[in-house]
Design a protein. Structure first.
Length: 134
């Protein structure tokens, strides 16, 4: 998923209208390191859940502080359903883009209530980009 997000962000960055900075963890961080791209790495594994970054954690606070200190007005994120809601609560005017896989929206392999929860979370974003194979 991160590679798709990175490629979308490169298009935005190449337009010259945006100054992008990355916050990522695990595979995303490894990918950016290989590319030599500066980023804020979330390295505390205890702040990560199966749903992404725990929104009530030191890592989330680090992200929130970064957004506030750098006056970020738009953010692209890979999924992160819990963080999406938390970001919109803390920064209601931020333009939030969620890059999703089709299985994030429709997935017959998980309980329907889980899919409904994910969609509820992603409905708090301003733009959803769904890409990949279903």
């Amino acid at each position: 998923r991160f590679v798709g997000t990175f490629e979308i962000s490169k298009i935005l960055n190449d337009s010259g209208q945006y100054n992008l900075f990355y916050v990522t963890y695990l595979e995303g961080s490894s990918y950016l390191k290989k590319k030599g791209v500066e980023h804020l790495e979330i390295s505390n594994r205890y702040d990560l859940t199966p749903l992404g970054i725990q929104p009530i954690s030191l890592s989330a606070e680090k992200i929130f502080d970064f957004i506030q200190e750098n006056k970020i007005d738009a953010l692209i994120m890979d999924g992160e359903p819990l963080l999406a809601i938390s970001l919109k609560i803390e920064f209601p005017s931020i333009f939030l883009i969620a890059v999703l896989n089709p299985s994030d929206i429709v997935n017959s392999k998980i309980r329907p209530s889980i899919t409904k929860f994910f969609n509820y979370c992603y409905n708090h974003t301003d733009l959803k980009i769904v890409h990949g194979l279903h």
